[in-house]
Design a protein around this ligand. Sequence first.
Ligand SMILES: Nc1ncnc2c1ncn2[C@@H]1O[C@H](COP(=O)(O)OP(=O)(O)O)[C@@H](O)[C@H]1O
Ligand SMILES: [Mg+2]
Length: 275
Amino acid sequence: MSEARLVTLTGPGGVGKTRLAAAVASRATAGFADGVVFVGLGELRDGALLANLVADRLGLHDLSGQPVARVVIDHLRRREMLVVLDNCEHVLEASAGFLASVLERCPGVVALATSRQTLGLDGERAVRVPPLPVPVGDAVLAPEELEQYDGVRLFVDRATRTLPSFTITGANCDAVVQVCRQLDGLPPAIELAAARVRSLSPRQIADRLARRLPALASGQRTAPPSGSPSRPTGGRSGSPRARAMRWSRSTAPSSSPIHAAPSWHRSRSAPLRSA
Ligand SMILES: Nc1ncnc2c1ncn2[C@@H]1O[C@H](COP(=O)(O)OP(=O)(O)O)[C@@H](O)[C@H]1O
Ligand SMILES: [Mg+2]
């Protein structure tokens, strides 16, 4: 962030963009004379209200009938501040327009955005947030060697919370690795899978994922007829298809048809000129 006034953390849903932005924001507070404002856009459905949300987070309640965006910019113009816009993908066009104006008119402001896709502004530095590391290749690793992989560590940590007697052993480590790999190292998917160790062994979880994800990731959104070989067998044990959908949604890249998100027909908006 010392090199760019706008950094956008990108990556698929669940990879950890918000978590990383929150960590950056809390460390950055001391570095900005006027501190940090963190604005979560996850619930915002109407981009026209983005400036209102920022105003609210800044504590600007008396707007005196002026356009809200102007009040916000007037407030930020003489401030040295980090503005964090989290989950911009919901309102990408509005986020890009708002940040372009702020960065152009408020020279002391630096912005951090999180979004599945970049905002498309000149001067934007996109940083792809990687998933958690998981072992790759065919080498069979011993349980103690797996500790260096954050994806495996997260699985073991969450499995142990669910089932305190859970341990990773020579007998189950291969299956644990397969689960983490099938879930592409995406934290929430690993957490959900690990939470099932009370009723399923890691091998059973890996096998269910192997059967379930290809069908879902190919965009098949309705359950196949009963008896079909690709129907998730977990239904019998109370494992809802919705869970598989959540897994797959959080694991599929945002470009996957499974996301069924609207395509963003946005023209690249006004280039960001450095102030
Ligand atoms: N490195 C990590 N270790 C443990 N949990 C993580 C990690 N990264 C993300 N998570 C968890 O995964 C979930 C999704 O993370 P989040 O930051 O909201 O993802 P994104 O913003 O990319 O959609 C959250 O519950 C978060 O706490
Ligand atoms: Mg997020």
